[in-house]
Structures are given as C-alpha cells and as structure tokens.
Design a protein around this ligand. Structure first.
Ligand code: BDR
Ligand code: CA
Length: 321
C-alpha cells in the first residue's frame, strides 16, 4: 500500500484524480489538504468536503492556504473560465456541507502525518505549492522523512497555459514552487509536457459512465463545463487529465519518460512562474542559480493510452491497472 497525502484545489481534473486515489486498491489516501487555486480556498475546501461526502471518502480534510507564500504577491487569480465559478463546473454544490474538517492547518497536518510515519508518506500536489512550502518553512526536517513528492505543475519544453511562459499551478505561487523544488527531498514533476497529451474524449467519458458506478455520473456531470472550455477555447475534444497524470505516475512510472536535473522557478518579471531545469546530462553551467540545488525528475513524455487504461481500470472496475 502506498500512503498518499493529496494536496489539491478542486477543481474538475482534481476531482477525477481524487476519485482515482480513493478507488485504487494499492493506494491508501491518508489525508487531503486543500489550497487556493482553481477557486478561492473556501470553495476548494467546500468542494473537497462535497466530493468526500458524495463518494464516501473517509480520509481527513485539512484546510490550507488561501494566499501565496510571499504575502506581497497578489493571489486572487482563479480559473472560473476553466472550472466554473464554483470550481466544480457550476453543478450547484450546496453552500453548506456537513462534513468535518481537521482542526489543523494543511501545513501542520502534512508535518504531523510525515513525522508519524517517516519514509512512508508520498505527497501528491496538484495545486499551488503553498502548503508544501509552508510545511517546509515550519519544519525543514520533514524533507528527509517524505518518501516522494509528486507534482502536477510547470511547463518545461512547451508553452505555459496562463502565459506563454508559465503553467497555472506554478504561476499562482512561483516562490512556493521554487522552495519546494530546491528542498532536499525527492520530487517528480509532471507538467504540461505530458499532461496536455493525456486527454479523455467526451465519448470515452460517456462510455465510462455507462460501464461504471454512480460516482462516475457525478464525475461526468461536473466535467462538462471543463470539456466545453477545452472544446471552445483550446480546440480539443475532451478532458485534459492534468492532475490524474500525477496519480497514475505513483504506481505506473514506466508510462513516463523522465529527465533529471535541478529545477528553478522564475519569480517575477516577464516569465514569472516559468519552470527551468538544468539537465544533469549535457552542457554544464558554472556559477548559475542551479548550482548546488538537488537534482529532481521532470517527466518529458508519456504513453497517454496507458494512462487512460489505468484510469479506466481504477475508476470503472476498482482494480489495479
Ligand atoms: C493545473 O491547473 C489547474 O487548473 C488544474 O487543476 C491543474 O492542476 C493545470 O495547469
Ligand atoms: Ca489542480
């Protein structure tokens, strides 16, 4: 069993990723921490509570950051055009959800869970990196105790999706992402280089609903707004499965090609939020901001059909891929 904390800003593609972690027989979801991003923190937290209630997810939820790591940064950039005003495709999530929240902040929850089970907890982070940066700031010692950090974020050899330079999860809090990438822990990053290639068509989604349980009807309903966004604004048929890619990586790393090397984030200016790796192989750069920074893994390519097969196996049949 892989023990996983899911740090998330639900979010339509976050919802699919959450259901994947919940239903995977070899993954134990030990906690969900929320962060602002696709919507404000009150809404992403409420959405996590709603999905837990609807899908019978028992893992505790700890509410996280509502603003960026650097207080000087303007944090109020959400994504209503992609995920709806409510963050879940405008399906009409009830205003008050009667589902408990952990008393701790997300950062404290992460620290406590990692310290309680050193070496065994993986963090999958698919929103702004703010909670992780706050946890590291409060307790730098956790870096040595986390099994792995798997991140959806960044754009390395491709354009971003907020600006030509930057992807949303990094652009929303670049200083936090830089803290996370340069910390002495094992980080694997799945950015737009792989997630934009991993898409589920509307027909494939409809086929899953037909073959699977009632959870998939809700997933499909809340995904329609997001599917429309990608059809009308990006010209793609179907859902881009950003956050599920990070979850599939946990047990199916062979579906991804990886390049190692230190990663830094541009903080400020024209390319604010751009992620840049100095590959371990190839040209050496002496005297740069990448010197002395731990080497991390960046996914550069994906067998997308294999990722879709894994998602179908887990969501429809509840079996390991
Ligand atoms: C990322 O940004 C959010 O909109 C999605 O949930 C995903 O985590 C893609 O850039
Ligand atoms: Ca997300």
């Amino acid at each position: 069993m892989q023990k996983v904390i899911f740090d998330t800003d639900p979010g339509v593609d976050d919802a699919m990723a959450l259901l994947y972690l919940h239903r995977h027989p070899d993954i134990e979801l030990v906690g969900v921490t929320t962060v602002f991003g696709n919507a404000a923190i009150e809404l992403t937290t409420r959405n996590a509570q709603f999905l837990h209630q609807e899908w019978g997810i028992a893992a505790p939820i700890a509410k996280g950051a509502g603003a960026a790591f650097d207080e000087a940064r303007d944090s109020a950039h959400y994504a209503p055009a992609v995920h709806g005003e409510d963050g879940l495709g405008n399906i009409g999530v009830p205003l008050d959800i009667d589902h408990p929240l952990d008393e701790r902040s997300a950062a404290q929850f992460i620290i406590d869970m990692v310290r309680a089970d050193p070496g065994n907890v993986t963090i999958v982070a698919v929103g702004r990196m703010t909670n992780l940066a706050l946890a590291l700031k409060a307790d730098p010692g956790i870096a040595a105790l986390v099994k792995e950090v798997v991140i959806m974020g960044g754009a390395f050899d491709v354009n971003g999706n907020v600006t030509p330079a930057a992807e949303a999860n990094i652009h929303g809090d670049p200083e936090a992402a830089d803290v996370v990438f340069i910390a002495p822990w094992k980080v694997t990053i799945l950015g737009l280089d792989v997630t934009m290639k991993t898409r589920m068509s509307s027909d494939e989604m409809a086929a899953m609903v037909k073959a699977g349980g009632p959870e998939l009807k809700l997933l499909s309903d809340l995904s329609q707004f997001y599917i429309d966004f990608y059809r009308q604004r990006v010209g793609l048929d179907g859902m881009v499965l950003h956050d599920s890619c990070a979850c599939v990586y946990l047990t199916e790393p062979h579906l991804f090609d990886v390049r190692t090397g230190p990663v830094r984030v541009v903080c400020g200016g024209l390319a604010d939020g751009k992620t840049i790796q100095a590959p371990d192989q190839g040209r050496k750069f002496i005297g740069s901001a990448w010197d002395g920074v731990p080497s991390q893994s960046v996914c550069t390519d994906v067998r997308a059909e294999g990722v879709l097969d894994a998602i179908r196996a887990v969501l429809v049949e509840g079996r390991a891929p």
